[in-house]
Design a protein. Structure first.
Length: 178
């Protein structure tokens, strides 16, 4: 049976600071760089008092969405840069940021069909789907209690004799070559 989640990509690493005991919401927030979230909250808080034009809300969202993968790959991880081991992390960060903004309302409120309950539904589904995808893309973790195998001692080897020094005098009792 075809499984679209078994692509042959490099092993993915979980987001920094993630633990197996994190709730789904904590995992979602950890995928989004905190600086991106803080910037969005600050900018929307500043512009909310002046009744900004529609394009400004969409522009802020688009710029921060474009910065998210750059921030994940160049600021939050080492080695810096895009690589096969970071694909899942930056794609998930972008999806999580979009779901978070959608749940907050943001520029999506300009659509006539948008209702706040839709944002809640998208946020809940996103927090449930990410761990499922995470389990498909991350390598299997070793068992918590691996079987104990006694270590095998390497075979004993006699110490190596150093090579003879040609400038040293011959041992006593041996004649010098003529």
């Amino acid at each position: 049976m075809f499984n679209p989640f078994k692509w042959k990509l490099a092993a993915q690493e979980p987001p920094p600071d993630s633990k197996t005991t994190d709730s789904y919401f904590e995992k979602l927030v950890k995928y989004i760089p905190a600086d991106i979230l803080a910037a969005y909250v600050a900018i929307t808080g500043i512009t909310a008092s002046v009744n900004p034009p529609v394009w400004l809300g969409w522009g802020v969202f688009a710029v921060l969405l474009a910065l998210t993968p750059l921030y994940v790959c160049y600021v939050k991880t080492t080695p810096t840069g895009f690589g096969p081991g970071k694909i899942f992390h930056w794609v998930t960060a972008c999806l999580a940021f979009t779901a978070w903004v959608f749940a907050m309302g943001g520029p999506f409120t300009t659509f006539p069909w948008y209702q706040p309950y839709l944002g809640s539904v998208v946020l809940i589904l996103t927090t449930l789907i990410i761990p499922v995808l995470e389990g498909q893309f991350y390598p299997c973790k070793p068992p918590l209690n691996p079987p104990s195998v006694p270590p095998v001692a390497p075979p004993a080897t006699p110490p190596a004799t150093p090579p003879a020094d040609p400038t040293a005098p011959p041992p006593a009792g041996e004649a010098e070559p003529s």
